[in-house]
Design a protein around this ligand. Structure first.
Ligand code: PDD
Length: 285
């Protein structure tokens, strides 16, 4: 198990971070999860751009140039035994010699990266879809930043697991924001609908790809606020992320999503979008 830490590739067992690291003490850092298929990254530049936006948002200078990130990610893939992998990378504000909320001076950031297997939903899961629950979005107001402070997301996701479900759909002031670790799309009368990017949701790399594919293939799309009440009335619900790709949500709060024959089953547009997504991956990689 080779990982990257502060300029070096080394065995996991030899990778040491100070307990005074601000990532550990304050969750003072940001991260990315980058999918790798057949040893090639998918949308790396988009992930690195979002990393820069997250770093800007927490006022932490990027310790590496884009070219350096690209080289290190490539080297990480070389060290990994997995053909399909997810690269996790994080940058924290480093380890000070005391605990003080305010930014330290003269402290180097901590840069960490590791690879794990990428297991996208298999055919069986895609045929069934997954269950979801709804919950009040009690996160902070900068959900556009991919920060390490995931305690709210962790607790929200666990609510889904406690109900035998895969994801929690978050509702703020009556409007759907996203999932605990995914973005949300719904289909109603042939129109694909998703919330607009704002400080209340993470601007998903997959979200961008899916919207782009919809437009390119002539699917009517509406980027607008979604009322929580629209969820159970939808024909299809999907979650999207770098690791789940496009996955149908077929049960919500114990009820079946969709109508008539299609109730509780993944819908046709979602299946089509999954195929377009696979095709797009093959075309660009
Ligand atoms: N999560 N919204 C949230 C809150 C997320 O954590 C994620 C991704 C997404 C989807 O973003 P993308 O399409 O760029 O993967 C939306 C990653 C996979 C994670 O934390 O594991």
């Amino acid at each position: 198990d080779i990982v990257y830490l502060n300029g070096q590739f080394l065995p996991l067992a030899e990778a040491k971070v100070s307990p005074l690291d601000r990532g550990f003490l304050f969750a003072d850092g940001v991260y990315e999860v980058i999918p790798v298929y057949s040893r090639q990254t998918f949308r790396l530049d988009e992930h690195l751009r979002r990393l820069q936006a997250s770093l800007d948002g927490i006022r932490l200078a990027n310790p590496l140039s884009t070219a350096q990130w690209q080289a290190r990610v490539r080297e990480m893939i070389g060290h990994s035994p997995f053909d399909d992998a997810q690269i996790y990378l994080q940058v924290t504000r480093g380890a000070d010699d005391k605990r003080d909320h305010a930014f330290p001076t003269g402290v180097a950031p901590t840069v960490f990266m590791f690879a794990s297997p990428l297991v996208t939903p298999d055919e069986n899961l895609r045929r069934l879809g997954v269950g979801a629950v709804t919950a009040v979005d009690n996160r902070w107001l900068r959900c556009d930043l991919k920060t390490l402070a995931l305690l709210a997301n962790v607790l929200l996701r666990q609510q889904a697991v406690d109900h035998g479900c895969a994801e929690t759909i978050l509702v703020r002031d009556g409007f759907v924001t996203e999932g605990s670790a995914s973005n949300l799309f719904l289909v109603k009368n042939g129109v694909l609908v998703t919330p607009p990017k704002s400080h209340l949701m993470l601007p998903g790399v997959t979200y961008d790809v899916v919207l782009d594919l919809a437009v390119r293939h002539g699917v009517p799309t509406e980027v607008r606020e979604i009322l929580a009440d629209e969820l159970l009335d939808a024909d299809e619900l999907w979650m999207t992320s770098s690791t789940k790709e496009v996955l149908a949500i077929t049960r919500l709060d114990g009820r079946l999503v969709g109508h008539g024959e299609g109730a509780g089953k993944p819908g046709p547009l979602g299946e089509q979008m999954w195929r377009w997504y696979q095709q797009f991956k093959n075309d660009v990689m």
